[in-house]
Design a protein around this ligand. Structure first.
Ligand SMILES: [Zn+2]
Length: 302
């Protein structure tokens, strides 16, 4: 099953709901970054959240960035998503080994520790909108629930999960978001609380073969669920597009003197992308072209 996000409404438009399956993109992140299981789980949850939150954005070029900084061994997790289901992300420390929790689950909050969650929404305004909270549990879903209530005044319920196979590949991953719209009645709110309390975990449902639609139907089919839109989701980093255009822009941003020194060294230069863990190699010829372009104050050739 390819990854996708399904969006809908229920209770006559008083709540909006999202559910996603993200196994493929979380597995791709695991392979690209060679992450240990607890980091695969932590990054996978944040990637899932990013993909769904990106799909909530309306503008063609909108993007959302989620940054978790903790005092635990993982250090920092960074995820960026656009409004088309593309998401990318990385962990500062891809390999962290930590004991499982007493219930046998991966200790994501132990790997993250205490810290902050920052959400940056770029909707094409001069300054992106940024909100930051202190982590509540470090389990990510609860932290996002708190973020939505306190920073965006949108009471929400968030569930996120990544289940690993014995060989440390990803068995299933996904999540759901339920958000109250401003006119939501007390009655609907209490009904929601009951239903969400009965959901054990997203990965239990996904590993039982539930699709995102099934998850929403199980929760809301008798509350007037309407499925509205499906967005394919994938791990995507645009840095390899346009013949290394992003690496060229990074080099163009250097001082002219620095660029001249690099050319004098007469060696190819490697630009590393943290998001997809890929190197772009620029030849000395490339550097010379970029220096010329910089002198002429032109954009790098694509
Ligand atoms: Zn990249």
């Amino acid at each position: 099953m390819s990854d996708y996000i399904v969006r809908g409404t229920a209770a006559g438009g008083q709540i909006r709901v999202f559910a996603a399956t993200t196994r493929e993109l979380v597995e791709e992140a695991r392979v690209r970054h060679n992450t240990s299981p607890v980091i695969t789980a932590a990054l996978g949850r944040l990637l899932t959240a990013g993909a769904v939150m990106g799909s909530m954005m309306k503008g063609e070029r909108d993007s959302v960035t989620l940054i978790i900084k903790g005092d635990g061994p993982v250090g920092k997790l960074t995820v960026t998503a656009d409004s088309h289901g593309h998401v990318k992300g990385y962990a500062d420390e891809p390999v962290v080994l930590i004991h499982a929790k007493p219930n046998g689950k991966l200790d994501v909050s132990g790997a993250i520790g205490k810290g902050t969650l920052k959400v940056i929404r770029d909707i094409g305004m001069k300054e992106p909108y940024a909100g930051e909270i202190d982590l509540v549990t470090g389990e990510i879903a609860e932290d996002l629930t708190y973020y939505f209530a306190s920073s965006e005044q949108t009471p929400s319920a968030v569930g996120l999960g990544v289940l690993m196979n014995r060989d440390n590949t990803v068995n299933c991953a996904g999540g759901f978001f339920v958000q109250l719209l401003p006119d939501c009645s007390e009655e609907v709110i209490s009904e929601l609380e009951l239903r969400l309390a009965a959901v054990t975990s997203v990965t239990d449902l996904l590993s039982d073969g539930y699709t995102p639609e099934d998850i929403l139907k199980a929760l809301f089919s008798d509350m007037g669920l309407e499925l509205l839109e499906t967005t394919p989701a994938s791990f995507f980093c645009g840095c390899q597009d346009g013949n290394g255009a992003r690496a060229k822009r990074a080099v163009m941003a250097l001082e002219e003197q620095e660029l001249t020194d690099m050319i004098r060294e007469d060696k190819p230069v490697t630009v590393h992308c943290h998001f997809c863990n890929t190197d772009t190699v620029l030849s000395v010829e490339d550097l010379k072209e970029l220096l010329e372009a910089k002198k002429n104050d032109a954009e790098p050739g694509e």
